[in-house]
Ligand binder design. Structure first.
Ligand code: BMA
Length: 295
């Protein structure tokens, strides 16, 4: 069985903004959160200084966006994140919002968790761990009474649990790259917030092989024990194809930090070649049928 996401005719939806220095070069890798009847976007932006910041935009229909003039998150004083803050994923949980993002320094990067009540002002909780790690995303509810997070210690997707979002334990590898010649043979990482379905947690993930082409697919994890991968179809659901997905700041990249259910459709926001933001869709029914077709 195959599933190919369909590019929305209005895609790409968002371009760099030459009027704002901080987002004049690239806008990409966005989290989209549905809250109070609106779509809220947090996106990675790079300006003329090539430092990454996180911008915010709001939309009524998920297609037309109004952006804030200034970023909502920038490199902080007193820590080595001079190259910026990257790849937000936003999880609504227990009446608050949590953003997982990567802080990038001159020599290394580390995975951060921040919290907000209003999606605009963010307060850091701390690093998820003091090691090179990224692609971390919180589950939208506690599992067996504990916070759960997916993360990436290269090249695998891991899971870990916590009681306070600060101390994490029970680290397990849940998915690894596949054998040579597969599209995801070198490294894999999680995308947006896993979606709870009757059949399990629907996980969106990216992967690349030797040619370094970033492609996308999905897997299903057990609801009560997400260390168990129930299905992992072999084929990918999206790969670079349009000119703006092939050429940009980094070539041949489809990267995503959000996967939303809108009505009966999947809204898969993604970035092409680390430069523009687009949208691809599919009926949720088709997504679930494909998810269950894997080994
Ligand atoms: C990853 C991150 C993403 C980026 C991707 C492809 O390591 O840096 O922000 O989109 O590489 O370049």
């Amino acid at each position: 069985m195959e599933l190919k996401l369909e590019r929305h005719p209005q895609s790409p939806l968002m371009y760099p903004n030459p009027l704002h220095q901080w987002e004049a070069m690239n806008v990409f890798n966005c989290a989209v959160t549905q809250h109070n009847g609106l779509f809220h976007m947090h996106y990675r932006a790079q300006g003329v200084d090539f430092v990454s910041r996180i911008g915010y935009a709001v939309s009524i229909d998920g297609l037309h966006w109004n952006r804030m003039t200034d970023p909502v998150l920038s490199p902080h004083q007193g820590r080595d994140d001079k190259r910026g803050v990257e790849d937000p994923r936003v999880t609504p949980l227990g009446g608050r919002f949590y953003m997982t993002y990567t802080a990038y320094g001159n020599n290394s990067f580390f995975p951060m968790i921040a919290q907000s009540d209003n999606l605009i002002t963010w307060e850091d909780i701390g690093p998820f761990e003091k090691a090179e790690n990224k692609d971390h995303v919180l589950f939208p509810e506690k599992i067996n009474g504990r916070y759960a997070i997916l993360h990436r210690r290269k090249p695998n997707i891991w899971i870990a649990y916590s009681d306070d979002l600060v101390h994490w334990d029970n680290h397990h590898v849940i998915m690894s790259p596949r054998e040579d010649n597969e599209w995801d043979a070198t490294s894999i990482g999680s995308n947006g917030v896993p979606i709870k379905t009757e059949q399990g947690w629907l996980l969106f993930y990216h992967g690349y092989g030797e040619e370094h082409i970033y492609r996308q697919s999905i897997a299903l994890l057990d609801l009560n024990d997400p260390t168990k991968v129930i299905h992992r179809p072999r084929t990918n659901i999206m790969e670079p194809f349009e000119p703006w997905e092939i050429k940009g700041d980094v070539p041949n990249v489809i990267f995503s930090c959000s996967n939303n259910v809108v009505g009966d459709q999947l809204y898969f926001y993604y970035a092409g070649a680390d430069r523009l933001i687009g949208l691809a869709t599919a009926p949720m029914q088709a997504v679930m049928a494909f998810a269950q077709s894997g080994d």
